[in-house]
Design a protein around this ligand. Structure first.
Ligand code: SAH
Ligand code: SF4
Length: 351
């Protein structure tokens, strides 16, 4: 499948121009127009695009810009989150979210349409899997968020989190391709340390990431400290059980000399007791880890509810006392269904 122009790295553009008989030096202005200035229409007429490239772009053989179209945009009442629904060329819809405040804006990107992992509490998991996104479709989401930021705030994106719809490590190559482009200093130039990849615990992907030349930040969704409990929330725990997952994470910390961020979604009466906190601390003993505690965002397809504030504080107190650093993440943008997959789910259900 031919990807959209946003999915071509600098090197790939040079190669493509060469094989089309165009001097590869033209990759520089073309990459800059697409990846830095974010030209969204009439590319052939953009600054720096000379006639040989303009002619090639009009041949019909050249890739085109991703035709993603915003079909919904919901600013949250908390002023912290804005959520976009983007329709892709084949009609599939994915979510991209802008979070944060001046100087610290973050884009949360999707990597697949739906997800094959089936986590019971997750709106995307409840939808099932449709398809992987291409590198271009992933980069185009970052462009969409950045364009909006430039227009509304005159600011730029500082961080990227791969925490939208889908499991990034199940779509490894396109995700790495997209991140290579997003972190290119001739493009959006977002430092690799400012990119977080969140995984359900896809062990082969974690091991590949540990050997990948760039050092992205790794977040692993845990939510349970025994195979039995975790398996009830995350069915793929059967394929990638906890002991092996923790070994893979340890390997990651050693090879990359970096800590792993573990996410623990707190569900009232399910995984938020003092006992759970003690067992989590035990599980992560000796690993360079940081735990992000996130009270559940309720979804239509799952009857669980968020833990109450007292349990959250007690849970955090226990793991902190054992020497495990942690942060309680606020559930931002609940009014715009900014939990993973929730805007799409609400459209499927109500509209
Ligand atoms: N597939 C990857 C990344 C996307 S999900 C992963 O699972 O890590 C991003 C994060 O949102 C994960 O930690 C996931 O467990 C969490 N999440 C999904 N649905 C949620 C919900 N309803 N409430 C709170 N967190 C949720
Ligand atoms: Fe997929 Fe992540 Fe949702 Fe699980 S939590 S279903 S892995 S998107």
């Amino acid at each position: 499948m031919v990807d959209s122009l946003e999915g071509y790295s600098y090197g790939a553009l040079e190669q493509m121009l060469s094989s089309a008989g165009v001097n590869p030096v033209h990759a520089k202005p073309l990459f800059s127009a697409v990846q830095r200035r974010l030209v969204s229409k009439d590319l052939s007429a953009a600054e720096g695009i000379l006639p040989p490239v303009a002619r090639w772009l009009s041949t019909g053989n050249a890739p085109v810009l991703c035709p993603s179209k915003q079909t919904d945009c919901r600013p949250s009442g908390d002023g912290f989150t804005e959520k976009y629904m983007l329709r892709l060329a084949d009609g599939a819809e994915v979510e991209a979210v802008r979070m944060g405040f001046s100087g610290r804006f973050t884009a949360c990107l999707s990597t697949q349409v739906g997800c094959a992992m089936g986590c019971v509490f997750c709106a995307t998991g409840q939808m099932g899997f449709s398809r992987h996104l291409t590198a271009g479709e992933i980069v185009a989401q970052a462009h969409h968020v950045e364009r909006g930021l430039r227009e509304s705030h005159g600011e730029r994106l500082r961080n990227i989190v791969m925490m939208g719809m889908g499991e990034p490590l199940h779509n490894f190559e396109p995700v790495m391709e997209a991140l290579g482009i997003i972190t290119d200093n001739r493009g959006l130039n977002i430092g690799p340390a400012r990119v977080a990849i969140s995984t359900v615990g896809h062990i082969p992907g974690i091991l590949k990431l540990a050997r990948h030349p760039k050092r992205y930040s790794l977040a692993v969704s845990l939510h349970g400290a025994s195979d039995e409990e975790r398996g009830k929330l995350i069915p793929v725990n059967k394929k990638w059980p906890l002991a092996e997952l923790i070994d893979a994470c340890r390997e990651y910390t050693v090879i990359k000399r970096a800590r792993v961020f573990f996410a623990w979604t707190l569900i009232g009466g399910v995984n938020d007791s003092a006992d759970h906190a003690f067992r989590l601390a035990e599980l992560l003993k000796g690993i360079d880890a940081h735990v992000n505690l996130i009270p559940l965002n309720a979804t239509e397809g799952y009857e669980g509810e968020a833990s109450d504030e007292t349990n959250v504080r007690e849970f955090q107190g226990i793991i902190q006392a054992s020497g495990l650093p942690s942060t309680v993440r606020q559930r931002r943008g609940i009014d715009v269904a900014a939990g993973c997959g929730q805007l799409k789910a609400s459209r499927l259900i109500k509209w």
